[in-house]
Design a protein around this ligand. Structure first.
Ligand code: SF4
Length: 491
């Protein structure tokens, strides 16, 4: 449940059945003469799957930066007149799921701060892992003001660090601060005239550059370029900083790249119509499904996906196994956040609010049901129960990722270690717990092979516990708790 500044509460109807939650989607555009706020709105619309708690857009007309942000989906936050009022030559936008700091208006992005030269607006996808050190650095740089309305995010901290730096311009300030940041961060930021983008040295979270006829776009995923008609140019490289203005793109490296792209982007996070490293996510997920069928064959009558993220892997499973593919569930795409408080009866329906089985298709059949991952196991338990009630004769669950055993500290909120079903149970125990007739996960090797990326260039810590970026805090609780000195926002 989230409180808006106007006092209204929004309710997440599926909060008890949450799967992995992504951190954020970010978008930036430099295009004088275009309606940059509307381009950003549609860019965020395409990136909505990456964060549904809040949305915001900052624009600049060359004189001043305006920020508009609120709790809710992109389509709930902005209306036509809001976008009309956000005029300018460049803009950045953000849709958020909170991984540090609570889900409140003050933590929505973009952040905004005054600088020596004007203003800085910033939007972030990822999670910093050295916020304690950074907060100390900020105090040395000039202590932050604190107060009850303060923002509590790592994003606010890095905004304050860059804005407070006393260099010859904002570009130099960013180049001085970026090497101090540890963890995962893909950034878009802006002053009154220039759009900037940067990516951590490991390139954990994606970030791509696109070209408009009269301008440039930066987005979390290529799907964010497609929706505004921008053509893909290249990825922002790990450890790279780019500046975009009337002189085109300027690039500098502030760190030697050590790529460790997030493997889970391929499993679940990225849209299927997005490409990473030149390969479409849909093709990769289909290949994972083929591999899953080879690793965990079964005799069955029908392969069905858990929509939507299980769909490509189910298609691949069907292709490789020869078992017919079909839809077994209808998804209610419009269930999500609402201002209507759900009754206890509705809450107990859980996943049923979102998925409804097609009884005529399922009854009497041996079903293979393909899903992308198992986090707590609640969703899969409910799915198996629904299929049994719909008359399935056998239910074989196939998962297109290895068991998720470790929490993510780089911007994805799975759950604490204690909540992850695979951290405490063996596969046979998980099968019994969810009530399936059989259960098979794709191997790590199979998943990595399908991405066509070398293992050494990927983060797979949530499957293996091998964290590529040092985690400073005590892991015994299983989930990182960031202690950040509150920093007053300036909006
Ligand atoms: S731990 Fe998992 S979700 Fe997090 S960055 Fe690594 S692969 Fe991605």
């Amino acid at each position: 449940m989230t409180r808006r500044p106007d006092g209204r509460l929004t309710h997440d109807l599926l909060s008890e059945d949450k799967g992995p939650q992504d951190a954020c989607g970010i978008f930036g555009v430099w295009a004088p003469g275009e309606e940059v706020a509307k381009l950003t709105f549609y860019g965020l619309y395409a990136l909505q799957h990456r964060g549904q708690e809040s949305a915001g857009i900052a624009t600049s007309d060359g004189e001043r930066i305006l920020v508009y942000k609120d709790m809710g989906l992109v389509s709930q936050v902005f209306n036509e007149s809001d976008l009309e009022s956000l005029k300018g030559d460049l803009a950045i936008g953000h849709c958020r799921y909170s991984t540090t700091g609570s889900s409140t208006w003050v933590n929505a992005q973009p952040t905004l701060r005054p600088t020596k030269y004007g203003s800085l607006a910033l939007a972030h996808n990822g999670n910093l892992t050295n916020t304690g050190d950074l907060a100390e650095h900020l105090q040395r740089q000039g202590a932050p003001v604190t107060g009850k309305d303060s923002a509590t995010t790592d994003t606010e901290l890095m905004t304050a660090l860059i804005a407070g730096r006393d260099e010859k311009n904002l570009e130099a300030s960013a180049m001085a601060i970026l090497p101090l940041l540890e963890g995962a961060f893909s950034l878009v930021f802006m002053d009154e005239d220039t759009l900037y983008a940067a990516r951590d040295r490991h390139g954990v979270r994606p970030l791509v550059i696109g070209k408009l006829e009269r301008g440039w776009v930066v987005a979390s995923e290529t799907a964010g370029l497609d929706i505004v008609g921008a053509s893909f140019v290249r990825e922002v490289e790990p450890g790279e900083f780019v500046a975009i203005d009337e002189n085109g793109i300027r690039s500098q490296h502030w760190a030697v790249p050590e790529p460790k792209g997030c493997l889970f982007e391929y499993v679940y996070l990225a849209r299927p119509d997005t490409s990473i490293a030149g390969r479409g996510i849909h093709v990769t997920r289909t290949a994972v499904g083929e591999r899953l069928a080879a690793e965990h064959p079964v005799e069955a009558d029908l392969v069905i996906p858990v929509p939507e993220s299980g769909t490509p892997a189910a298609i691949g499973f069907s292709k490789a196994s020869g078992i017919p593919y079909g839809a077994g569930f209808v998804k209610n795409s419009y269930v999500g956040r609402t201002f209507i408080q759900p009754s206890q009866t509705i809450r107990q329906l859980g996943i049923r609010l979102k998925l409804n089985p097609l009884r005529d298709v399922i009854e009497g059949k041996r079903i293979v049901v393909v899903d992308d991952s198992i986090v707590r196991g609640n969703t899969q338990r409910a799915i198996v129960r629904m299929l049994r009630e719909a008359g399935a004769r056998e239910i074989h669950v196939r998962i297109s990722s290895p068991p998720v055993k470790w929490p993510c500290f780089y911007g994805i909120d799975f759950a604490s270690r204690a909540e992850l079903i695979a951290s405490g149970l063996e596969i046979e125990e998980i099968r019994r717990s969810i009530g399936a007739d059989s259960l098979g996960y794709v191997s790590l090797e199979g998943l990595i092979e399908a991405t066509t990326i070398a293992e050494s260039q990927l983060c797979h810590a949530c499957f293996t516990g091998q964290y590529p970026i040092t985690i400073p805090t005590d892991m015994s609780e299983g989930k990182m708790r960031l202690e950040i000195t509150p920093v007053r926002g300036t909006i």
